[in-house]
Design a protein. Structure first.
Length: 415
């Protein structure tokens, strides 16, 4: 049995501790209560959106949240619950800086309200679906990054999605083959509503999401750094309309209807460019078709001149190809006929060669002399050895004729 006096002293200590804790809590509450709205807004600026929403314990904190510059964190609207969260943040956290719109849930009959000029068949098919108002996204006036995934159940034209004065990044993953998915309609002219844009990316599997002329991008001349437009066959114009863009580092226009001629690129054009991918409608573009084997040299030399002018420029996956309508073309069921050309680099030396779709190549046609032994010769020899090992059509600098090809292939099979 503890002594009565010891028990009394222990109880007195516990009472004192409880009083101290209560006083500390009161002091903390008083201190928090004395903080200004701007201080709370500064503190909230270090928290992700979900934590800010949870931290709004009183009117002062709720007011602070409305003026908080929310850190760039990925807020992904990919369910009905997340949509409700976005709707709540439209008024509670209007300075959200990044939003991703994705599917609201697979195998569920929910969508966003149809926009202007919707696809009528899809609109009729989804007329009884539960529809949510995507227009609430307009409340986020400080939005810096917007991503629209192919799963986002959009249908038609939504001008407000292209009206954010501070937006820097806009990415659109276009139509897919699933009838439930995105059917967004947009035009390059709509980008005038995002005057601070630095990155624009649109990849459209069906080719009809994005329309317009790339000349419309001139409103972004002073800000745009990356343009990635792929599989958008309704995008037209001349790529040289962007030649004087001072900050443009990447231009990717593969599978568009853009035209032009790489021979028009001058030394003062595309000064900041690091990566260039042009469509086959451009002379010298990726996949450009020529009518005769004899035309290949001029095409290769046009691309070569760009590489010599800009050694660090990446011409991503560039190749040219002989047209299937050419008198020099022939059927090749095994895809071994070397009817494509590509650039070849060994050290600082550039050339081109004919090769097949599966990599069977002819001899290299060098456009540069062999480098001096005092420069990058060792690197050149090492890369040259790798190149030589891939030569399949020994002694051929151009594609063999159909007869030669068949004879060679039969000889290889017998051996």
């Amino acid at each position: 049995m503890p002594h009565p006096k010891e028990k009394k002293r222990r109880l007195e200590k516990e009472e004192d501790a409880a009083v101290t804790t209560e006083e500390n809590d009161d002091n903390l509450t008083s201190t928090i209560g004395s903080l200004g709205t701007d201080v709370f807004a500064h503190i909230f600026g270090f928290l992700p959106p979900k934590d800010i929403m949870r931290a709004r314990l009183n009117n002062k904190m709720r007011l602070a949240a409305t003026i908080t510059i929310v850190p760039v964190a990925d807020f992904c609207v990919d369910s009905e619950l997340k949509y409700n969260g976005m709707a709540a943040m439209a008024s509670a956290l209007p300075n959200l800086q990044h939003i991703s719109l994705r599917s609201l849930g697979w195998n569920r009959n929910i969508k966003y309200i149809d926009g202007e000029d919707p696809d009528e068949q899809r609109a009729a098919r989804t007329v009884n679906w539960t529809a949510f108002d995507i227009g609430i996204i307009s409340s986020f006036r400080r939005l810096r990054s917007l991503e629209i995934d192919e799963g986002a159940p959009l249908n038609g034209r939504y001008n407000f999605l292209f009206n954010f004065p501070l937006l820097k990044i806009l990415r659109i993953e276009g139509s897919s083959f699933d009838s439930k998915l995105i059917n967004l309609k947009c035009d390059l002219g709509m980008l005038s509503g995002v005057p601070m844009l630095e990155v624009f990316s649109c990849s459209d599997k069906l080719g009809d999401c994005l329309t317009g002329n790339i000349n419309s991008l001139r409103v972004l001349k002073g800000t745009i750094e990356k343009v990635y437009i792929s599989n958008c066959r309704r995008v037209q114009g001349n790529f040289m309309d962007l030649a004087d863009f001072p900050r443009l580092k990447e231009l990717h226009l593969d599978e568009t209807a853009v035209t032009g001629d790489v021979r028009e690129i001058g030394e003062q054009d595309f000064l900041a460019l690091e990566t260039l991918v042009l469509p086959d409608g451009v002379y010298g573009g990726k996949g450009y078709e020529f009518q005769n084997i004899s035309d290949a040299a001029d095409v290769a030399k046009a691309v070569y001149s760009i590489k010599k002018q800009r050694p660090s420029l990446l011409l991503e996956d560039w190749y040219g190809r002989l047209s299937s309508h050419s008198p020099d073309w022939y059927d090749d069921w095994f895809e071994r006929a070397p009817l494509h050309i590509c650039l070849v680099e060994a050290g600082s030396r550039l050339g081109y060669r004919w090769e097949s779709e599966n990599g069977h190549s002819c001899e290299v046609i060098w456009l540069d002399p062999e480098p001096e032994r005092e420069s990058d010769y060792n690197e050149y020899i090492e890369q040259l050895d790798h190149i030589e090992k891939r030569v399949y059509f020994r002694g051929f600098f151009e594609p063999p004729t159909e007869e030669e090809y068949n004879m060679l292939y039969c000889f290889v099979r017998r051996s």
